[in-house]
Design a protein around this ligand. Structure first.
Ligand SMILES: Cc1ncc(COP(=O)(O)O)c(C=O)c1O
Length: 497
């Protein structure tokens, strides 16, 4: 291994300069690249989840920050001692918890370049390539996912990379708030007589980030309407219509509706067509949250999940979940970028410049909450170029096929029940004996260290009872997961059942 030592860095002059000089960087980076490669290669043999006690990691750290340079060897040793043993290994092939958060090394290379360039793309003029590559990639992704043309930057809409789906929902809501109140909440405050009370709607199965956005945007939790779901856990259109009508009659303005394509608990799919129709009728903004499931639209055979998306005002999906772009990368689209920029735009003197004044450029500071932004498009660009769309389609197809096969196996077991319909890369199941038995399964699987699962609590229409049941979620998405990995999970469950 080519070595990088502190002495090679400290020999180069002033201590006020970055201690890793450009001439030192390749050796240091190579050393750490090897470390990451070894971590990934050895992952399969590690326990998936740590047995860390609260405070254990901090207890292994010095009380104070170092006054003098340490060696990279010392840092690497701490990665082995303090970090790796105390991680839940999200890239482990037998990590089946939450949703995948895949981190392909091809995208990690893009992030390395982003850090190395160290540009800050708040304005087009602050680094034109940072903005234009992002805009171009967002248009590429309209094609890749076959999204409505209205989201293309060449028309009135456009896309931006947000950190997360949570931020996308917040930005969409603020744009909705300003559109519905015609800017009056911005001008005179949400609680002024000029601004009517506003209401937001999402199903009981929508992600918690929606209610959080409602709180942050100043509407408050009481303006959030949780709409009941049907037997497939999709939002009931007639219940949504009733809630909007009731609000309207009470002088409350229906403002923002979130339809979910692939809920977190069970990948339930709200009906976009009927929701869009209602939004049009009541003048509300429709945001579609397709955080995980939207990635499946890279495959033509899954594009039915987006039926009705033409009626949406905004949409988001997370390539950082299923497509391998390392966290964070959320694709956020709007059909009317003027509404978003009108809500989030700022123009202080110190940011004024000729390009902005010309009106010919996009300044992404006006499309997001923070001012500053890093060059996130690079990791998506690297992933798409080094991998190619066809391999990403294969990845989605493979995890759907593995999930379907695994669900079929579980259906054959007398003590296990699979939530129907099983969708995409997620299998939800429970022990027929009840919640306690199902919880016991989760505990035993996770205690084994061999695999990792998480749970939810949802009603199971097929049990004939509306009561939420403790439910195991098996999320299969990692391309490193093999049939043998799934056999091991199966053996664990059967032994525990
Ligand atoms: C449907 C849905 N929406 C939103 C989120 C939140 O995603 P993020 O972490 O990107 O905010 C998730 C996370 O799993 C999700 O499943």
């Amino acid at each position: 291994m080519s070595g990088w030592t502190r002495s090679s860095a400290t020999g180069s002059g002033s201590t006020t300069r970055d201690i890793v000089r450009p001439e030192d960087f390749p050796a240091a980076a190579e050393r750490l690249a090897r470390w990451v490669a070894r971590y990934r290669a050895e992952l399969r043999d590690r326990p998936v989840a740590p047995a860390t006690k609260p405070g254990e990691v901090r207890a292994g750290m010095p009380a104070h920050a170092p006054e003098h340079p340490e060696s990279i060897e010392a840092i690497e040793a701490d990665l082995d001692r303090l970090v790796v043993p105390h991680l839940l290994h999200w890239q482990h092939p037998r990590f089946f918890g939450y949703f995948p958060a895949l981190s392909d090394l091809s995208s990690v290379l893009g992030d390395l370049v982003s850090g190395g360039l160290g540009v800050q793309g708040m304005l087009w003029s602050a680094s034109p390539a940072c903005t234009e590559i992002e805009t171009h990639l967002m248009d590429w992704c309209v094609d890749l996912l076959d999204l409505p043309d209205a989201f293309r930057s060449t028309g009135a809409g456009g896309g931006v990379i947000q950190d997360t789906a949570s931020s996308a929902a917040l930005c969409a809501l603020v744009a909705a708030r300003e559109r519905v109140t015609q800017g009056r909440s911005n001008a005179s405050g949400l609680r002024s007589p000029a601004c009517p009370p506003l209401a937001c709607y999402a199903s009981t199965q929508a992600h918690s980030s929606i209610e959080k956005a409602v709180r942050i945007a100043g509407l408050g939790s009481l303006s959030m309407r949780r709409i009941p779901t049907d037997e497939t856990m999709a939002m009931q259109a007639h219940a949504l219509a009733r809630a909007m009508r009731r609000d309207q009659e009470d002088g409350i303005r229906p403002c923002f509706v979130v339809a979910t394509v692939g809920t977190t608990s069970s990948l339930a799919m709200d009906d976009l067509l009927s929701t869009a129709k209602l939004c049009k009728q009541f003048g509300a903004w429709l945001h579609v949250d397709a955080a995980l499931a939207g990635c499946a639209a890279i495959c033509p055979e899954h594009r039915g999940i987006h039926a009705g998306l033409e009626g949406a005002d905004s949409y988001c999906t997370n390539p950082h979940k299923w497509l391998g772009v390392n966290f964070d990368c959320d694709l956020f689209y709007v059909r009317d970028r003027a509404a978003l920029v009108g809500a989030l735009g700022i123009d202080p003197e110190f940011l004024k410049n000729a390009a902005t004044a010309s009106g010919e450029v996009i300044d992404y500071r006006d499309w997001q909450v923070p001012l500053g932004r890093r060059f996130r498009a690079l990791k998506l660009w690297f992933l798409l170029r080094l991998t190619g769309a066809e391999a990403l389609r294969e990845r989605v197809r493979r995890s759907c096929a593995m999930s379907a096969a695994w669900a079929e196996r579980a259906r054959q077991h007398p003590d296990l029940e699979v939530l129907e319909p099983q969708r995409l890369g997620l299998v939800c199941l429970r022990h027929r004996g009840g919640d306690e038995e199902t919880e016991g399964l989760l505990r035993r699987v996770n205690a084994s260290g061999i695999a990792f699962l998480t749970h939810t609590r949802i009603p199971w229409a097929q049990t004939g009872s509306p009561d939420p049941r403790f439910t195991l979620r098996v999320a299969i998405g990692n391309p490193e997961t093999t049939a043998e990995d799934l056999d091991r999970l199966w053996e664990l469950l059967v032994a525990a059942a």
